[in-house]
Each structure stands twice: as C-alpha cells, then as structure tokens.
Ligand binder design. Structure first.
Ligand code: ZN
Length: 427
C-alpha cells in the first residue's frame, strides 16, 4: 500500500524532469514562452508547476504586465481588485516584479507582486473554491543612517551637488522642496553656504530600497539658517507624516489641506481603460481609499456650492473657494453641510461612504481651477496642518530629540575615527 503510493507520487516528478530537461529543444513547449518573459519550471514533490515572471516596462500598466505572465482579463480584474488596497497601481514603477505560478493544466496557483525587492504581495488561489487569499512577505532589510554635508562651490547648486553624490533624483527633489520653504535659492544661495542632511536608508542585498530624510539644515550668509525635521505620524499613509521645524511649523508655504487623514490613491486622475470593455474614459478626480465613516474635510475655506444626492455621484458636496476654484467630494455616507454654508479650511463636511455608482467605500475628490478646467488635485500642494499641536507636537519633539542624538553619534564617530587615524604609531 505504502509502496504503491510512493510509486504514484514519483510519476509526476519524472514527467516534470522530462519537461525540464527539454526546455530548450521542445518546440511546442517553448511556445509557452512569451517575449521578454522568463519562464521557469519548478520540480516539486507532487505536481508539475510552471512559473512565469515579468517586470513592468516603460508605459506599461498592470493589465499588460499580467497578460505577459499569461493571466487573462477576467483573472486580471480579480487580482487587481484584490490588491487594490495594498498596492497603489497609480505608482507602478518600471522594474516592479510579477510572478505567476501555474499547475500542470495552466491553472493559476499563486501570484506575487513586488514593488520593493524585499517585499512580496502574494495571492494564493484556493484549489477547490478558487477564492483568493492575500499574504505579505518581507525579507530582512537593514536601515542605516548617514550624514551628507558640504558647502556650495562656485557655480554649483545644492541640487547638482546632491545629484553628484549619487542620491536618487526623487530624494534630492524632496530635500530641495523642504528647504525651499525657508531658503530662496535663486536669490540667496552663495558660495560657501553649508548644508547638512541626515539620511536613513533601507538596504537589501547592497541596494538602497528606501530613503528617509530625517534632517536637513542650510546655513548661508544671505539665506540665514534653517533646519527641518522629519516627523513620522505612526499610521501608514498618514498625511501628517512630513517635515517640520522644531516649532512644529509645516514646511509647505501654502496649500490645500488634505480631504482625508490618510492618503492612499485607489485610482488616479486621467484617462483609464476599462479592463473588460476596453473603453477609454476620463476620470476627473482621484479615488482615495478610506474607511467608511471616516471624516472628509474641506480642503480650503469657502462656500458650499451644492450638497445633494444623485445616483452616480451619491451624496455629493462641492465648495467654491476664494479664488473661484471648486473642490468636489463624492460618494459620501452623509453630508454635514448645506448649500450656501460657509466652511472653514479642514472643517468636517461629511463622512466617507459608498453611495452612488461605486464598488466600495472611497472618496472621489475632484478639483476645478479658477478658470473652470478640471485638474489633477494631487498636483496641488497639500498640507495636513500648518502647525502641529498637542499630542502630535509632543511626538515631534520626541522624534527631534532622537534625530539629534543620531546626528551627535554619527558626528562623534567621525571625529573618533579621525582622532584614531591621526594618533602616532607608538601609542
Ligand atoms: Zn472616482
């Protein structure tokens, strides 16, 4: 009995080995291979499995990438919906990795997506019910801190100097943006101005996955001196996580307040192709994921232009602001303002809901410029609060203390090494 079972189990292994060994010679089999897509065969104890891998290429969306690993439209739609709250598809990058694993009948067993080399979002398909289950796997990574310090030379700019150190352009842009609130580089940058940046970088296999700018300072004869500290508000996607001065002032000069407390874009602004019908449709706003019932804030002070219900937008509020721009808030669970009301900036005007034609609770947030044209609201500068107060300010102060002690340690170490190196040989 036992022996029979064993023999039975061996058969697929042999079959599988056969497939594996003729990967390069068997014409029929290589047809499965798609252009630019790596196909791998795994020999597992019980079943033949086929693994297909690809990466996001320039100009490619999730649907095209899924097609490259032989996942059809219907399944693609299910996968995208299942991952929508975990991954911001509007932020796909070239090089993001997809791996699909199939059984011998080309039925999907599991799918994984990585937008960071050390992280995998995994969907496992239940063999019987075909239901999806989601899991997240993270490899061990290391965070390291380092200081970048220097001074401006003749005819150099801070931006050029930072790019020359090998920092990613997006990190450089963030540093410049933080400093721009306090320093007018065009007018006041001078040769000899000093800068110091404290970075916290996440490493995996010698590669930097993520950079946080913990501290920036700039000192110049004309520019004066300014410092900014990174504040982590704790919860994921919190709009309060940003750079502030030691006094808790946000380092954005002016801007709209965020309409929700956490920012997670489910669906971006612009043309999008319907996954099933293939029709192109303009999405005049962004869909922000938020829990049903969470607060929706007015992004600036203004007058309520409409507060009404219709079967598409559900409960809808729009607000006209001082410069005649208009902000729109759709699918609300309830509306807390009525037409003609004056609202303050960051006033709660309703709650996130799923009214109208939607698949789940979210806030559709739209913005019309003063000339009446729609624009991507995410292109507006946004600010959680002009100044941190209360518990948040206390947390900022704590985090600033930590940042200062990291700075001191790093500077002390540098000094220590210098002293050691300069010490005479006989000591
Ligand atoms: Zn929408």
């Amino acid at each position: 009995m036992q022996n029979n079972l064993k023999r039975f189990n061996l058969l697929p292994i042999i079959l599988c080995l056969f497939l594996y060994s003729c990967e390069n010679s068997d014409e029929n089999f290589t047809q499965l291979q798609l252009k630019n897509t790596e196909v791998e065969h795994l020999v597992l104890a019980k079943n033949a499995r086929l693994q297909k891998k690809t990466i996001i290429k320039r100009g490619q969306g999730m649907f095209q990438a899924l097609k490259q690993v032989s996942i059809g439209n219907k399944l693609s739609l299910r996968i995208i919906n299942a991952l929508r709250d975990k991954i911001e598809f509007s932020k796909l990058k070239v090089g993001d990795k997809l791996v699909a694993t199939f059984d011998g009948n080309m039925k999907l067993i599991s799918f994984s997506f990585s937008n960071l080399p050390a992280e995998r979002h995994i969907i496992t398909v239940n063999e019987v019910s075909n239901d999806f289950s989601y899991s997240f796997k993270e490899e061990q990574t290391v965070w390291k801190t380092r200081i970048l310090a220097g001074e401006l030379k003749q005819s150099s700019t801070l931006q050029d100097d930072l790019v020359a150190t090998g920092l990613k352009r997006s990190v450089v842009a963030e540093i410049i943006n933080v400093l721009l609130c306090k320093v007018n580089f065009r007018l006041n940058a001078r040769m000899g101005d000093k800068y110091k940046i404290l970075l916290n970088e996440r490493f995996y296999n010698g590669e930097i996955l993520d950079s946080k700018i913990l501290y920036t300072s700039y000192r110049g004869v004309r520019a004066g001196s300014s410092e900014a500290y990174f504040y982590n508000d704790g919860s994921a996607n919190s709009t309060y996580t940003a750079h502030y001065t030691e006094e808790g002032e946000a380092l954005i000069r002016s801007g709209l307040r965020y309409p929700v407390d956490r920012l997670h874009i489910r669906s971006g602004y612009g043309y999008r192709r319907h996954p099933v019908t293939g029709r192109r449709k303009m999405h005049r706003g962004v869909d922000l994921r938020a829990r049903s019932g969470s607060a929706v804030y007015s992004v600036a002070r203004g007058v309520v232009l409409e507060s009404s219900y219709n079967k598409f937008g559900g409960n809808k509020v729009s607000i006209r602001h001082a410069d005649r721009s208009i902000s729109y808030y759709l699918h609300l669970k309830n509306r807390l303002v009525k037409k003609g009301d004056r609202v303050r900036s960051h006033q709660v005007i309703g709650r996130v809901g799923a009214t109208g034609r939607v698949t789940g609770p979210h806030l559709h947030f739209g913005f019309k410029k003063s000339n009446g044209r729609w624009m991507n609201p995410m292109n507006k500068r946004m600010i959680a609060t002009p100044k941190l107060k209360g518990k948040r300010f206390a947390n900022l102060s704590l985090q600033i203390e930590q940042t200062k002690s990291i700075l001191q340690d790093l500077e002390f170490n540098k000094l220590g090494r210098y002293v050691f190196a300069a010490r005479p040989n006989n000591s």
